[in-house]
Design a protein around this ligand. Structure first.
Ligand code: AP5
Ligand code: ZN
Length: 216
């Protein structure tokens, strides 16, 4: 199964991609997570991308495409993947098409999680993440059982540096570069729009039935 997630920042791509990956036993490949891991580890890649992430601006295509190329070349991606946060520009979408052709792994769906822009600021500024395992919470919509602690592993929760109001504004502006991808994948017949303005469980139920039906 090869799918990509599309949608505005905060639409719920990461939340749904995590569930898909667990249920369908494919790796969850998130360029945002890979960049944040590199920043946390202080690698050369991390140093190069930190300024872009903190400001909420897109990392240059050439660098992002290289990172994804290396990741998709790893053996666990041979049986499928859920790509979250990539592609985000037309050059990235074209590069992915070429790469998947080479790997003989055709994309099944571009899952476009649609939400109105008005809900995003609250979703993003209220998001909290587990420092240990990366689990996502929301102080209002998905609160942990104990404040500041992860339900899964007990790790401390933190706020992403780009979930400040200012960085979120920039990220929403940068989405103009991603918007054309909806049409790009619609033309290829693989776009599936999902209503993301419902509880995460309801959103996932739609995705699951779509993916299960395509398998049988
Ligand atoms: P990235 O990490 O990909 O961030 P993003 O696209 O802005 O997406 P988010 O992770 O913010 O949102 P999401 O849709 O995954 O929402 P989530 O499920 O967490 O990228 C970060 C940065 O990296 C970019 O700004 C850029 O600098 C760089 N980058 C990454 N990829 C790149 C690329 N391809 N090219 C160039 N640069 C790149 O949910 C959000 C919150 O809402 C959570 O708190 C969650 O609990 C809550 N929530 C989720 N679903 C629901 C629901 N149904 N109802 C209520 N609350 C919900
Ligand atoms: Zn945790």
């Amino acid at each position: 199964m090869q799918v990509i997630m599309l949608g505005l920042p905060g639409a719920g791509k990461g939340t749904q991609a995590t569930r898909i990956a667990e249920a369908f036993h494919v790796p969850h490949i998130s360029t945002g997570d890979m960049f944040r891991a590199a920043i946390g580890a202080g690698t050369p890649l991390g140093l190069e991308v930190k300024g872009y992430l903190d400001a909420g601006r897109l990392v240059p295509d050439s660098l992002t495409i290289q990172v994804v190329k290396e990741r998709l070349g790893q053996s666990d991606a041979r049986t499928g993947f859920v790509l979250d946060g990539f592609p985000r520009t037309l050059p990235q979408a074209e590069a992915l098409e070429d790469l998947l052709r080479e790997l003989d792994l055709p994309l099944q769906y571009a899952l476009y999680i649609h939400v109105p822009r008005t809900v995003l600021m609250a979703r993003l500024t209220g998001r909290r993440l587990c420092r240990n395992c990366g689990a996502t919470y929301h102080i209002v919509f998905q609160p942990p059982k104990h404040e500041g602690r992860c339900d899964r592993c007990g790790g401390p929760l933190y706020q992403r540096s780009d979930d400040s109001e200012e960085a979120v504004k920039t990220r929403l502006e940068q989405y103009a570069q991603t918007e054309p991808l909806v049409e790009f994948y619609r033309k290829r017949g693989i776009l599936r729009q999902i209503d993301g303005e419902r509880a995460p469980e309801a959103v996932y139920a739609d995705i699951e039935s779509l993916l299960t039906a395509s398998r049988s």
